[in-house]
Design a protein around this ligand. Structure first.
Ligand code: CTP
Length: 457
């Protein structure tokens, strides 16, 4: 349809890159010499109904939605930047100017939609060669590209992690030089890229690059602080940053769950604050799981990550990450297993996956032994769960039952009795059943001087 309209237009950017990489994508960017909005309106007019056109006059763009395809139209443009903002001053420009303002050569290829060259690849900056060489390179001087729009430093590392590409040396040097300019980017945009790195097939690769480029310290000092090894009396502790990355990498081979990956990244975040050296015991990090879990809400808030149940999930896994190890090392009592099931609830399988990923020893025998121990813990968890149904535990006796039985209103006694019943079930003193719990309620009420006014049998 476009060739007949006689306009010069191109598909450009990510869709072309992904087409050449064989990665399916439904987001298409079309640039046109002239008005993107007018072209979009013309095309929408020619199509049978059913598609949706949205016009963004202020940006000079229009978006056409056809089924689950999103096609964005914009006129070719050139950009100039000021030093204190990554938002460019945009003016109309030629196709060449439009292409040269783009971030990476692999994102600067276009496919012509015009009459003359319909379907031909326009590759002004060697993007195809860089795709083959698996490298991230900027079309213009990298100093200018990254300094103009520092978000591109995050994007470069994100593409390296997503595509398993390397960043060209001159580019990496420019990123290192401009790292502090990431401050002019909103934390939301930075974290969008960070989470794309976290979701990528090799998140640890991206995180190592963020560290090496000096970007991590700018927006995530708590994670940055985990790097380093201290030696006292000839004893060194392991580097907690690189250990966490290995755990993250191990976990990423087993799970795509972004928040479980976050739990892997943060499981030891409390270590720098709890580190101590003892001549006899060597390095200790006592209570790092509690300190780490306490740090999670603050980190999530500062990084504008969700404050809802996703944060609580990460916090819970950080808090519990040592518990299965304890179960695997000692003779496991049913009560300890029940307590873990109670606290982890439905996240118990994710917790076990995290613990297995936390095995980073280079000693193959040790790894085998730890994995076997965790397998035993899993079996035990399953056995106890089948028997006692603790995973989604609901109190078999409610506060209302207690109030009605002893003819009283809400008050601290109700809480005391409820807790006593829960503890008795977890300790295996009574089975997790209503009948037994009611009898226990009567017994506990008596201890508090309460008299039942209702028959519970
Ligand atoms: N672009 C850029 N600089 C940026 C963001 C985007 O030069 N900071 C250009 C690139 O040419 C990019 C295109 O705009 O290909 C579209 O950007 P976007 O949709 O954000 O990214 P994609 O490259 O399509 O990749 P993805 O969908 O994976 O984010």
């Amino acid at each position: 349809m476009l060739p007949q309209m006689g306009c010069e237009a191109w598909v450009v950017g990510g869709w072309v890159r992904d087409l050449l990489l064989g990665r399916p994508s439904k987001d298409i960017d079309i640039v046109v010499e002239g008005s993107g909005i007018e072209l979009a309106q013309k095309i929408a007019g020619e199509l049978p109904g059913g598609q949706k056109l949205k016009v963004f006059k202020n940006f000079g763009t229009a978006m056409l939605r056809i089924d689950d395809w999103e096609i964005e139209f914009v006129g070719t443009r050139k950009e100039s930047y000021r030093s204190n903002s990554r938002k460019p001053i945009v003016e109309d420009g030629t196709f060449r100017e439009d292409i040269s303002r783009r971030d990476f050569t692999i994102n600067s290829m276009a496919i012509s939609l015009g009459k003359k060259n319909f379907g031909s690849l326009e590759d002004l900056y060697g993007g195809l060669e860089d795709l083959q060489k698996k490298q991230i390179r900027t079309p213009l001087d990298p100093e200018i590209t990254y300094s103009d729009d520092p978000l591109r430093m995050m994007r470069a590392i994100r593409f390296a992690a997503q595509l398993n590409f390397k960043i060209d040396a001159a580019s990496f040097e420019a990123i290192c030089k401009n790292n502090s300019r990431i401050k002019i980017v909103s934390i939301e945009r930075t974290m969008d890229e960070f989470n794309k790195i976290m979701r990528s097939p090799h998140p640890a690769k991206g995180l190592k690059l963020l560290k090496k480029a000096g970007l991590l310290k700018e927006f995530f000092p708590e994670l940055n602080a985990m790097q380093g090894v201290e030696v006292v009396s000839g004893k060194a502790h392991k580097d907690n940053f690189y250990h966490s990355l290995q755990v993250l990498e191990n976990l990423s081979q087993r799970s795509d769950n972004l928040w479980l990956r976050w739990a892997a990244l943060l499981h030891d975040v409390g270590k720098p604050r709890t580190k101590q050296f003892d001549e006899k015991a060597g390095w200790t990090f006592h209570g790092h799981e509690f300190v780490g879990a306490k740090m999670v809400p603050g980190i999530f808030k500062k990084l504008r990550l969700p404050q809802d149940e996703k944060m609580k999930y990460v916090q819970k896994l950080v808090l519990l990450h040592l518990r299965p190890i304890v179960l695997s090392e000692s003779i496991v009592t049913d009560s300890a297993v029940r307590r873990l099931l109670f606290e982890a609830g439905d996240d118990i399988d994710d917790l076990m996956t995290l613990c297995e990923a936390d095995i980073t020893s280079a000693n193959k025998q040790k790894v085998k032994r730890y994995l076997r121990n965790f397998e035993l813990v899993r079996q035990k968890l399953q056995e106890i769960e089948e028997k006692d149904k603790i995973r989604n535990w609901q109190p078999p006796v409610t506060g209302l039952d207690i109030m009605e039985t002893f003819n009283m209103g809400p008050g601290k006694e109700v809480g005391i009795i409820k807790t006593a019943i829960r503890e008795a079930i977890l300790d295996g003193i009574i089975p997790n059943e209503r009948e037994a719990a009611l009898q226990y309620m009567l017994q506990e009420g008596k201890k508090l001087g309460l008299t039942p006014v209702k028959d519970v049998n």
